[in-house]
Design a protein around this ligand. Structure first.
Ligand SMILES: [Zn+2]
Length: 328
């Protein structure tokens, strides 16, 4: 027996010991031995949540790039390839990333696919409760009726993080303690974020909390923090709709009547119409809010928590004409 054969035999034996210790029996030896699984997340927000929970134990690939519009994404062959090797696929849901269906089909994916919208409280859930109605069997109604921008309420982000933790544990049971610890730390930060935004908004007089944006993506945020949405440049929850001339004229009148001084665009939209409406209404265009997408690396909005703080600072500044600033 040569030295090489001895080393090789030793390495094989070691691998068998490691595998036995991990309790791997699914034939995916390499993955189990390193404790590393591949996770695919569609949106920028899900990518951030998944990375926070994954720590250095799971590899996360995020499909959408910063500042891209999830409503009209065209999947690429590399997305199919990424999904093919993934143990867990995270989707946002509610028509925002329906394009994933084709990707999963083309990949012949056996991955555990998790739709986070199903794990959160939708605005429609809240509405049904408010009307005294009861939910019919727990399922969501037609997906097209549901506002898909659930992450704009940090309490929903917390529900999503718990769901992601559970999905990772189920795909990689040996990582249970690691995922529980990373999730717990991040959940504490999300709780702090929610309380800080609420405290910040409470410092703004209610009559000043009036929002005009170009895309109806902040409904969960405005519900959570008692902000009155008085108009939207694109009158739909998708970014693909067009406002009619009559709707634009009506919005200009509404903005003037309400005394709104700032209109907030969102990062991934075309701001031409927003600027024209602001000019006609005698209002300013505020900084772009992080609505459908997080910002590029190195910006305030590169992370979910950073994006929510940046939005809150911008909104409070716009609502109060700069007279109130928050500590965030
Ligand atoms: Zn949107």
């Amino acid at each position: 027996m040569t030295a090489r054969q001895i080393i090789s035999g030793f390495a094989t034996g070691l691998a068998a010991v490691v595998l036995a210790a991990c309790g791997a029996g699914d034939g995916n030896a390499e993955r189990a031995a390193t404790g590393d699984i591949a996770v695919v997340a569609t949106t920028t927000q899900l990518g951030d949540f998944a990375r926070q929970v994954a720590g250095d134990r799971a590899a996360v690939r995020q499909i959408l790039a910063a500042n891209s519009d999830p409503h009209d994404y065209e999947p690429r062959p590399s997305d199919v390839k990424a999904v093919t090797g993934a143990a867990v696929v995270l989707r946002s849901g509610g028509g925002l990333d329906d394009w994933l269906d084709g990707v999963l089909r083309n990949a012949g994916s056996q991955a555990q696919s998790v739709t986070l919208l199903d794990a959160v409280r939708t605005r429609e859930d809240e509405g049904q409760e408010g009307d005294g109605g009861s939910r019919d069997g727990g399922g969501h109604e037609d997906a097209s009726d549901i506002d898909p921008h659930w992450w704009q309420d940090p309490r929903n982000a917390m529900s999503a993080v718990r769901e992601i933790r559970d999905a990772l544990v189920s795909a990689d049971p040996g990582g249970r303690d690691a995922y529980a610890a990373t999730a717990e730390r991040y959940l504490a930060r999300l709780g702090d974020l929610d309380r800080a935004i609420a405290a910040c908004m409470a410092g703004v007089p209610e009559s000043k909390r009036k929002l005009v944006t170009d895309h109806d993506a902040l409904g969960y945020y405005t519900d959570r923090y008692d902000i009155d949405v008085i108009g939207t440049v694109i009158p739909a929850r998708s970014t693909q709709a067009q406002a009619s001339a009559g709707e634009v004229a009506r919005l200009v009148r509404t903005i003037r009547a309400a005394g709104v001084t700032t209109i907030f665009p969102q990062g991934s939209g075309n701001q031409k119409l927003t600027r024209a409406i602001a000019r006609d209404a005698g209002a300013k265009v505020g900084p772009a809010l992080y609505a459908d997408s997080l910002g590029a690396p190195g910006t305030d909005g590169a992370t979910y928590i950073g994006s929510m703080k940046a939005n809150t600072r911008a909104l409070v500044n716009g609502f109060t004409g700069g007279r109130h600033a928050c500590r965030l």
